[in-house]
Write a protein of this length. Structure first.
Length: 101
């Protein structure tokens, strides 16, 4: 059984027990969060929501918070002596899916 959930403007395919990294959530480590389910499939039956499946949510536990790998943003204009170098590390939250339903 798997489900498509939405959080942080992105969609993720999850199963029970899977660990995913999502956009940063304002929750404490060890807290439980619920995600909206857009689609749920269990073998033969598929439920598609409009936009979410009624009465179904994915329960997850927050495992950790962190930052992703550094991305270097470098801007320049040729022949104009304009250069700007900037780094960025996107914050994330790692969650474990406990149940779907």
């Amino acid at each position: 059984m798997y489900a498509i959930i939405v959080t942080g403007g992105k969609q993720y395919k999850v199963e029970v027990g899977s660990e995913i990294m999502v956009e940063k959530l304002d929750e404490q480590i060890g807290a439980n969060v619920n995600f909206d389910v857009l689609m749920m499939a269990d073998g033969e039956n598929v439920q598609i929501g409009t936009p979410v499946v009624k009465g179904v949510s994915a329960k997850a536990e927050v495992l950790e918070h962190g930052k992703g790998k550094k991305v270097v943003v470098f801007k320049y204009k040729p022949k104009k002596d304009y250069r700007r170098k900037q780094g960025h590390r996107q914050p994330y939250t790692k969650v474990k899916i406990l149940s779907i339903g």
